[in-house]
Design a binder for this molecule. Structure first.
Ligand code: TXA
Ligand code: MG
Length: 336
């Protein structure tokens, strides 16, 4: 299949919207990461997204809308809490899991009776959705398991020849996926951490917000071992993996630096090419912005081993970055 490479001008967006409306696949920029979109209400089109990405079919997709009121097409009822979060955080990097209407196909939600909804704040994304006339189901626009794309070049690298078109926009402002929060449970619960933190959401709701317990585990979460299943099915898969082997070194900064230098020297002696990712402890937002691009860059440089310094944040943006870093490394952690 030939993939059309488009800019984000009005004409290109119209062309892309026609492709979506006709059941095709288009990758597009959002403020978090690039998404791979299909008409969320067209089961056949959504099925093609799983195939193009090589994504397990029990992993549901986020449905993107252009106007907040369009959430009514997807869910039968809005709680006061949902309305508060819409008013405060949409458009933006917040995804809410809500009860689904019967019209939303099972393939879109991985067979769940809930649907994840987000209104992105990227202009091109919203124009595409509005022009298409349908909500757009979109996971990140990468081959399943690879780091999420934060530049259009990443999308071309992964999906060229597999989808109908790519809208090439700016680099993603945030750099990690949206915060996913379950609004169907007694206590609103974060299923996947992002740039919007539990603290910020809790301040708006005026009540406690929970964290899915599987997010606190620093090993590959296995339902059988721990007696609980991640509520966001996507959290159980190997993710964001660079081609290189990766080790996360955790401890005080001085010790981490020393251990990374020791491991680097040792591995270079063995003839391995080593890359280091030492994100700033004080600048988590920048760390979020850079992580996926850094991982892809290390692969381009052909390194055999990536040594990364852990961030110490336990709850905020740094926690969201660490969640990705640990998955990238397959939970391969050295503590010093
Ligand atoms: O920022 C983002 O979230 C990007 C852009 C494109 O919007 N989207 C994205 O989608 O990264 P994806 O598919 O890579 O991650 C979606 C996450 C997965 O962990 C999935 O399991 C979870 O959301 N999810 C989707 N629908 C759900 C549902 N009904 N219940 C629980 N978790 C759900
Ligand atoms: Mg993804």
């Amino acid at each position: 299949m030939e993939t059309k490479i488009l800019d984000c001008g009005a004409e290109s967006v119209r062309e892309a919207a026609k492709i979506i409306a006709a059941g095709g696949l288009v990758a597009f920029p959002t403020e978090t990461v690039y998404g791979l979109g299909a008409d969320a209400l067209n089961a056949e089109a959504v099925g093609k997204v799983y195939a193009a990405k090589g994504r397990p079919s029990d992993n549901p997709m986020i449905v993107h809308i252009a106007r907040a009121s369009d959430i009514g097409r997807l869910t039968p009822m809005l709680s006061e809490d949902i309305v508060k979060l819409i008013d405060n955080f949409w458009p933006g990097p917040l995804t809410m899991v809500v009860k689904k209407k019967p019209g939303v196909p099972d393939v879109t939600t991985g067979g769940l009776d809930t649907v994840a909804v987000r209104m992105p704040d990227n202009e091109t994304a919203r124009a595409l959705i509005a022009e298409s006339g349908c909500p757009i189901a979109a996971p990140s626009a990468n081959i399943s398991g690879r780091p999420s794309p934060t530049k259009y070049q990443h999308v071309i690298e992964d999906l060229s020849g597999k989808i109908d078109a790519i809208l090439c926009g700016e680099d993603c402002r945030v750099g990690i996926e949206s915060t996913v929060i379950d609004m169907t449970s007694e206590v609103p619960t974060i299923l996947s951490p992002g740039i919007l933190t539990r603290e910020q959401i809790s301040a708006v709701l005026g009540r406690e917000v929970g964290i899915d317990p599987t997010l606190m585990i620093k090993e590959i979460p296995r339902a059988e071992d721990y007696g609980f299943k991640p509520k966001a099915p996507g959290m159980k898969y190997r993710h964001y993996a660079p081609k290189a082997k990766m080790i996360v070194v955790e401890g005080s900064r001085d010790k981490v630096r020393a251990e990374i230098e020791r491991l680097r020297a040792l591995n270079e002696q063995l003839g391995n090419k080593v890359g280091v990712i030492l994100l700033e402890e004080q600048a988590f937002i920048e760390a979020a912005h850079d992580l996926f691009a850094d991982l892809r860059e290390q692969d381009e440089n052909g390194v055999d081993l990536i040594l990364a310094g852990a961030l110490s944040d336990r709850d905020g943006v740094g926690f969201a970055v660490m969640n990705r870093m640990l998955k990238s490394a397959g939970y391969n952690i050295v503590r010093v």
